[in-house]
Design a protein around this ligand. Structure first.
Ligand SMILES: NC(=O)c1ccc[n+]([C@@H]2O[C@H](COP(=O)([O-])OP(=O)(O)OC[C@H]3O[C@@H](n4cnc5c(N)ncnc54)[C@H](OP(=O)(O)O)[C@@H]3O)[C@@H](O)[C@H]2O)c1
Length: 258
């Protein structure tokens, strides 16, 4: 295999679109998610369309030992992972204290633990090779506290922070880290998170557009990528200057159902 990208959450949404973009650029793929059938369909589609090689590794990344299992499967087929895309993640709407704890814990295991463990396992070999690129799926949600999606917003704050910090640590090694911070995107995420009727999700962006922006930013070794200059401006320059209580109020309003 050559120019290998390992993509988690490749069975749908943004991850699926990222796989398509990488395949169109001639790169090989390791596709990870729970739905094996969706991965097999994507493998077939991309191998036929682009003459690349794709390997499917079905796995539930919230399970203990799953990340090690994925890396073991990768070692069977390739010596190097050139690109790691930590995309798998989910959210959930509702008051934190009313939500099912098992679901909240699973969210932390997927959005934080799996991403961090995969990065920890892959980075040393990338450093040894003197090259490698990592794209982590953060979110605009990671720049704010998110009433009605408190745990999800907090997991994305972790991803945004962790990604930028290790990008700095990796300077000079040939390994870059990019964090993609989309606003609302039209994927399976909305249904999974029960976001029907949520104000912020009424104008969701197309997943292919977001994937192209993230992939391009990763290729150029950029630190942060947004899918709209408006989010970059508001979250980078306006929100930090506002009083916290006002930020919380606006954030809550944007997550309320009509
Ligand atoms: N959509 C948005 O508005 C939005 C905005 C900002 C950031 N993001 C982030 O973008 C990333 C991708 O989300 P998306 O919008 O593309 O949502 P999506 O369409 O629901 O896709 C999520 C992907 O993650 C996989 N996944 C879920 N649970 C998993 C598990 N336990 N183990 C392994 N894979 C698992 C799913 O595959 P299986 O079901 O087959 O396992 C699927 O491929 C997430 O990190 C999300 O937080 C999304």
């Amino acid at each position: 295999m050559k120019n290998v990208a390992l993509i988690t959450g490749a069975s749908g949404g943004i991850g699926r679109e990222l796989a398509k973009v990488h395949a169109a650029a001639g790169g090989d793929l390791i596709l990870v998610a729970r739905r094996a059938h969706e991965l097999e369909n994507l493998k077939h589609e991309l191998e036929t369309a682009h003459g690349i090689t794709a390997v499917c590794v079905p796995a539930d990344l919230t399970e203990f030992g799953a990340v090690h299992h994925v890396i073991e499967q990768c070692r069977q087929v390739t010596d190097s992972i050139d690109i790691l895309i930590n995309n798998a993640g989910f959210g959930g709407h509702g008051k934190f204290y009313e939500r099912d704890w098992a679901k909240e814990a699973s969210m932390i295991r997927l959005n934080i633990m799996a991403l961090t463990e995969l990065t920890h396992l892959v980075v040393p070999t990338m450093i040894k090779a003197g090259r490698g690129q990592i794209l982590n799926l953060g979110s605009t949600a990671g720049f704010l506290p998110g009433p009605m999606m408190a745990n999800y917003y907090a997991t994305k704050a972790y991803v945004n922070s962790f990604s930028q910090a290790i990008a700095e640590e990796l300077k000079g090694t040939g390994v870059t880290v990019t964090v993609l911070c989309p606003g609302p995107v039209e994927t399976g995420f909305g249904a999974e998170a029960n976001l029907d009727g949520v104000e912020a999700f009424k104008h969701a962006t197309n997943a292919n557009h977001v994937a192209k922006i993230g992939y391009d930013a990763m290729r150029r070794g950029k630190l942060l990528a947004f899918d709209s200059w408006k989010f970059a401006f508001l979250l980078g320059w306006v929100v930090p200057l506002l009083p916290r209580k006002l930020v919380l109020f606006i954030s809550r309003k944007s997550m309320e159902k009509a």
